[in-house]
Write a protein that binds this ligand. Structure first.
Ligand code: OGA
Ligand code: MN
Length: 227
């Protein structure tokens, strides 16, 4: 049991000598479930640190920046769920970063249904003073998995039981994910469908430590809804 859990959590670690250490980091320090509702499924939210190298990070930023530059920061989207942001769909097929996307998708494959195909990735550029408020991703086109690669800045993502899905008043609490730059988070199951996710503002606390959230770019991976 423990071994399978570890191997699941070390999938992205590139350096074998750090595997055990990073597995522990994934397990213990990136997800704070101290205030989680008792029913929370701990396997449904995972954060992998250092899934890309610094040079891969820089290559991704260099790839998406020119696409984002053509756009203005938008004030609101989906009833103000997201404020002061830019978003662009990425056509990565012929790009310099194709290999990075392919590697990440390959690593994410075990988390999604085999028959589900991948949707194009989206890049989201959130200003330092931008907001990404609590929401559940639409279930119209997107499938069982939502994953996000964080670039440029650290942040804290908070998961909270979605009142429209979990009506039981006793289900209160939250789970925080620490998302440093170059990490990848994966939301599945209850974290995908029954919990909202949001980004906390700069200086919010993760385990009593203030996390500075600067301008942040994320690259979102989604699988297509099946059926
Ligand atoms: C979204 C979202 C989070 C992120 O686009 O639906 O929740 O990491 N993004 O940018
Ligand atoms: Mn979302």
């Amino acid at each position: 049991m423990f071994a399978s859990k570890v191997s699941r959590h070390v999938r992205f670690c590139t350096s074998p000598c750090h595997r055990r250490f990073l597995a522990l980091v994934c397990e213990t320090s990136m997800v704070d479930d101290l205030h989680a509702p008792g029913s929370f499924d701990r396997q449904s939210a995972v954060v992998f640190p250092d899934v890309i190298t610094v040079s891969e990070h820089d290559a991704l930023v260099a790839h998406v920046e020119p696409l984002l530059k053509r756009r203005r920061y938008e004030k609101g989207h989906w009833d103000s769920v997201i404020l002061q942001y830019k978003e662009v769909e990425l056509a990565e097929e012929a790009s310099a970063v194709k290999d990075i996307f392919e590697r990440i998708r390959k690593e994410l494959e075990p988390y999604k249904r085999v028959e589900a195909s991948w949707l194009p990735c989206h890049a989201i550029d959130l200003r330092k003073d931008g907001e990404l408020n609590a929401h559940v991703d639409s279930v119209r086109f997107s499938g069982d998995l939502v994953a996000g690669l964080s670039l440029l800045s650290s942040s804290i993502m908070r998961l909270k039981p979605d009142a429209s899905t979990i009506s039981d008043e006793s289900v209160k609490g939250h789970v925080d994910l620490y998302l440093p730059s170059r990490s990848l988070y994966v939301l599945l199951g209850v974290s995908r469908y029954s919990y909202t996710h949001e980004l906390l503002p700069s200086q919010a606390l993760f385990r009593d430590n203030a996390v500075e959230r600067d301008r942040r770019i994320s690259i979102i991976f989604r699988d297509a809804k099946v059926g």
